[in-house]
Design a protein. Structure first.
Length: 425
C-alpha cells in the first residue's frame, strides 16, 4: 500500500481535494437554497441536474481524453468546477443552479474518468487491488473533510463557496507537477445490452435503480431535510459525515461476508436493516440521536450493498462480459439517481420533512423484499464459472472504476480457472 501511495501520490492527493469540493457542494447548495427560499421542487430539479450531467460525461469525456490527453482534460474540468462554485454564490437562482449543477456533474464525472483511468494505467496487476482500496479511502476522507469545512463558516456568504473553489483550483496542481513519466492510456468503456443484464440478474438491475434514489437523497437532499426539521448546520454536516463514515467502516466486513455467503441473502439483509432504520426515523420524528443513527445505518448499508450487487451481477456473466456490464449498471443507477430527487421533492412538499425517511424506507425495504422473493423463486441459481470476487467500490465512481474492478475480477476468475485446469490434468 505504501509503495502504491508513493508511486501515485499526485493522483490520490488530487482525488482527495476533488472530493472535498464535491462533498461541499451538495451540503452548501441545500443549505443556501433554503435560505434563499427556493421551493422544494426547484431544489429537487437542481439535485437531479447533477446526475444528468454525470451521465452525459460518461460518453463525451472519453472522446475529450483521446483528443487532448488526461492532464489537459483534468485541468480544464477542474477549472470549470472552480468557476461554478463562485457562480453558485454570486448568482443564486434555481434556473442558474440547474444549469451549473448539470455542468458540474459533467465536470466531476469527467475528472473521475481521468483519475481512474490514469490510476489504472500506472499500477500493476499485482497492486491494483491495493490502489483501488486506497482510492476509496481518499474519496471517503475527502467527503468527510468536506462536512467539517461546511460547518466552519456562514453558508449565507461567499466564504465557504470560495474555499471550495480554491481547493478545486489547487487539486490539479499535483498532477501537473508530478515527475511521473508514465503516459496514461485510455480504453473506451464497453457496453452490454440491457436485456442481457436483466436476464442475467434481475436483482442487480432492480437494486442499482433503487439505490440510485437513496444515493441522490444522501448527496443532495439530506441538507434540505435537515433545515426543514430545524437542525443547525453543525448537526446537518455531522449527519452527512456519519453517512459516509459508516460506509467506510462497513466496507471491509461486508466484503468479507460477500465472499462467504449467498449474496442475495446479504443484499436482502443489508437493505432490510437500512430500511428498518429509515422507517424508525420516520415513525419517531424529532429525535436528533435517532436521526444521526438512522443516517449512519442507511449510509453504511446502502453504500456497502452497492459493490455486493455488482459482484452478484458478475456471478451470472461470462468473464469477458463483466467489464462490458459496467456501463449498463451505471446507466440504470443514474436513472434512479435522476428520478429519486423528484420523488423526494414531491414527498417533502406533500408529507413534510419526514417524507425524506419514508422514501428511503420504502426503497430499501422494497429491495430487501425483492431479494427475498428472488431467493425464494430461484433458491439455487447456478453461477457462471467461479464466484466473482467482491471488490470494494464506492457509489458515485465512474464507469471506468467499475470496469477496472470487473476486469480485475475477470482476470482473477480466468487465473483460477486455468489453475484448476492444470491441477485436474
Amino acid at each position: 500500500m505504501f509503495r502504491v501511495l508513493i508511486g501515485s501520490w499526485a493522483i490520490f492527493v488530487g482525488i482527495f481535494m476533488l472530493m472535498i469540493g464535491n462533498g461541499m457542494q451538495g451540503t452548501l447548495l441545500g443549505l443556501r437554497g433554503e435560505l434563499e427560499g427556493f421551493s422544494t421542487f426547484s431544489m429537487a430539479m437542481v439535485t437531479s441536474a447533477y446526475f444528468v450531467g454525470f451521465m452525459l460525461a460518461s460518453t463525451i469525456a472519453p472522446k475529450m481524453i483521446r483528443q487532448v490527453g488526461h492532464v489537459r482534460v483534468f485541468a480544464a474540468l477542474a477549472s470549470m468546477i472552480s468557476a461554478i462554485f463562485v457562480l453558485y454564490s454570486l448568482w443564486p437562482s434555481p434556473i442558474a443552479w440547474m444549469i451549473e449543477r448539470a455542468m458540474i456533474g459533467f465536470c466531476f464525472c469527467g475528472a473521475y474518468i481521468v483519475v481512474e483511468s490514469w490510476l489504472n494505467s500506472t499500477v500493476s496487476n499485482e497492486n491494483r487491488a491495493q490502489a483501488l482500496s486506497l482510492y476509496m479511502w481518499m474519496q471517503m476522507a475527502g467527503i468527510i473533510m468536506s462536512q467539517v469545512l461546511a460547518a466552519s463558516g456562514d453558508v449565507a456568504g461567499f466564504q465557504l463557496f470560495g474555499i471550495a473553489s480554491i481547493i478545486i483550483s489547487l487539486c490539479f496542481a499535483p498532477m501537473l507537477l508530478t515527475t511521473s513519466r508514465v503516459t496514461p492510456t485510455f480504453d473506451q468503456t464497453k457496453s452490454l445490452p440491457l436485456r442481457r443484464l436483466v436476464q442475467a440478474s434481475p436483482l442487480a438491475c432492480a437494486g442499482m435503480f433503487l439505490l440510485g434514489s437513496v444515493f441522490a437523497a444522501q448527496f443532495g437532499m439530506a441538507a434540505i431535510y435537515g433545515v426543514r426539521v430545524g437542525m443547525p448546520v453543525e448537526q446537518i454536516t455531522l449527519m452527512i459525515g456519519l453517512t459516509y463514515l459508516a460506509a467506510l467502516i462497513l466496507q471491509f466486513p461486508v466484503g468479507w461476508l460477500a465472499d462467504r455467503m449467498d449474496r442475495r441473502i446479504l443484499i436482502g439483509t443489508l437493505a432490510a436493516i437500512g430500511g428498518a432504520a429509515a422507517l424508525l426515523a420516520f415513525l419517531i420524528p424529532g429525535q436528533i440521536w435517532l436521526i444521526l443513527v438512522a443516517a449512519a445505518v442507511v449510509g453504511g448499508t446502502s453504500n456497502t450493498v452497492y459493490p455486493v450487487i455488482i459482484a452478484h451481477a458478475n456471478d451470472y456473466l461470462e468473464a469477458d462480459e463483466m467489464p462490458a456490464a459496467s456501463g449498463g449498471l451505471l446507466f440504470i443507477n443514474g436513472m434512479g439517481s435522476i428520478s429519486g430527487p423528484l420523488i423526494l421533492g414531491w414527498m417533502l412538499d406533500n408529507i413534510g420533512p419526514q417524507g425524506f425517511w419514508l422514501v428511503i424506507a420504502v426503497v430499501m425495504l422494497a429491495l430487501g423484499l425483492y431479494a427475498a422473493w428472488r431467493l425464494r423463486r430461484v433458491p439455487n441459481k447456478e453461477i457462471v464459472g467461479e464466484p466473482a470476487a467482491h471488490q470494494h467500490l464506492l457509489a458515485g465512481s465512474s464507469a471506468v472504476a467499475v470496469q477496472v474492478v470487473a476486469e480485475a475480477v475477470a482476470e482473477a476468475a480466468s487465473g483460477d480457472a486455468a489453475e484448476n485446469g492444470l491441477t485436474s490434468n
